[in-house]
Design a protein around this ligand. Structure first.
Ligand code: RFL
Ligand code: PHB
Length: 399
């Protein structure tokens, strides 16, 4: 919104949250001629720098390209044909095109968000930074309202529909009355220590490593920047993990007997501890409020599903809102929650499977470890089991 312009008071679709879900929804609606406004509580810099996801399913890159956000993605994204599983000091590669005909792309969430913000500010609908939604009222009327704070004052945005894209800690979920809302959730007895390293990736594809010392993930951002994760106990203070300790631990957990593995150790430029959680709130629609992305569900990051699920939700949602706009029919909006939840629960299952198969719980028995190794051996030894993992990882077709 230009500096000094009056805050918008009315729109067809009020979008709370300028993360990937909210920004992509705005882009899809704008291209179809549906008027919308995005309210984002943080400033632009914060939203663009927030370190998060790194892997895009093929369906996600297709959607980004189709809405004009694919130019830099195609230039800078790293297309990957597989991942490596390491366990029991052995390495097993999964060849995605051979197993599924699909690939994934390494392109950071920060870059997706930067691309979508640039497009929206250039020719898109209003995007207000520093605009914090306080509450949504009238969800079950035909004019729901978003009450928000912006520029030290409170305002009201009256909408045809409200899209709650405000993440796990947002307020939109509360528009669904408690008596009608059910949240299914589970925590995990470990967290991830995530770091960025000014060091070339130690391997040309992602490595997921099971070890009795705990899980490790070797990922990347660019050919010169690595993104690395270690399983750590809940409540870990990153200050207890100086750089050399992190490199030593990565090396110990990802070691294999077949080849020496000596990653180049560069300076670590970011360090944070991230708790892991699974959660789904049902239904994803109440009256004229529709929830999408992390506002409705979160997964532990082991399956790389969170951002991709958010993209799938808003693709379905945009189609339903455009249909409503063009034909007056709410038929697709009526099916929105059920359509999305099928994919959501599939991703919840896969993310839970990847997490519990690859991490070592604090109270894990030797029997539990043997079961994990049997599951990993099955993936390494059976094309069917490998294809099951690869299909989920590269992404099921969009509904
Ligand atoms: P976001 O990104 O949390 O955006 C929500 C936005 O809403 C704003 N907001 C509000 N705005 C206005 N008023 C309010 N009251 C508001 N409350 C909140 C917030 O400031 C924010 O800008 O949710 P969205 O758009 O649904 O996107 C979801 C993804 O961010 C998330 O699922 C992924 O990052 C998860 N994830 C991964 N997903 C993948 O697909 N592949 C991966 O490789 C992957 N790796 C990860 C991840 C998440 C991680 N963390 C930090 C949990 C790795 C990590 C470490
Ligand atoms: C990442 O690069 O941040 C990343 C990759 C794969 C995951 C999780 C995170 O499963």
């Amino acid at each position: 919104m230009p500096r000094g312009a009056a805050p918008p008071r009315e729109t067809a679709v009020g979008i709370i949250g300028g993360g990937p879900a909210g920004l992509l929804l705005a882009r899809l609606l704008h291209r179809a001629g549906v008027d919308c406004v995005v309210l984002e509580s943080r400033d632009r810099d914060y939203v663009e720098q927030r370190q998060r996801a790194g892997i895009l399913e093929q369906g996600t890159t297709d959607v980004l390209r189709a809405c004009g956000a694919g130019e830099r993605l195609d230039r800078e994204g790293l297309v990957h044909d597989g991942i490596e599983l390491r366990y029991d000091r052995r390495a097993h590669r999964l060849d995605f095109p051979a197993l599924t005909g699909r690939r994934v792309t390494v392109y950071a969430q920060t870059e997706v968000v930067k691309d979508l913000i640039a497009l929206q500010l250039a020719d898109g609908p209003p995007l207000l930074f520093g605009a914090r939604a306080l509450a949504v009222t009238g969800a079950d009327t035909d004019r729901p309202r978003i009450h928000y704070a912006h520029g030290g004052r409170e305002h009201t945005l009256t909408c045809g529909y409200v899209a709650g894209c405000d993440g796990f800690h947002g307020v939109a979920r509360q528009a669904v009355p408690e008596s009608a809302r059910r949240t299914y959730t589970r925590g995990y007895p470990y967290s991830w220590l995530g770091v960025l390293a000014d060091a070339p990736p130690a391997h040309d594809e992602l490595v997921y490593a099971h070890s009795e010392r705990g899980f490790a993930l070797l990922s990347m951002r660019t050919p010169t920047v690595s993104r690395l994760y270690l399983q750590v106990p809940n409540g870990t203070d990153p200050a207890d993990w100086p750089d050399e300790r992190i490199w030593d631990e990565l090396q110990a957990r990802a070691a294999v007997d077949t080849a020496p593995w000596n990653p180049v150790r560069g300076p670590l430029t970011a360090k944070a501890v991230l708790p892991l959680r699974s959660s789904v709130t049902e239904p994803m629609r109440w009256g004229r409020v529709l929830l999408a992305g992390d506002a409705a569900h979160i997964v532990p990051p082991t399956g790389a599903k969170g951002l991709n699920l958010a993209v799938a939700d808003v693709t379905v949602l945009a189609r339903a809102l455009v249909h409503r706009h063009r034909t007056g029919s709410a038929e697709l909006l009526d099916g929105y929650s059920a359509t999305c939840l099928r994919r959501v629960w599939r991703a919840e299952h896969f993310s839970h499977f990847m997490t519990t198969t690859l991490h070592t719980a604090p109270d894990q028995s030797p029997f539990d470890t043997r079961l994990q190794l049997a599951a990993l051996d099955r993936i390494a030894g059976s094309r069917h089991a490998a294809a099951e993992l690869a299909e989920n990882y590269t992404g099921l077709p969009l509904p």
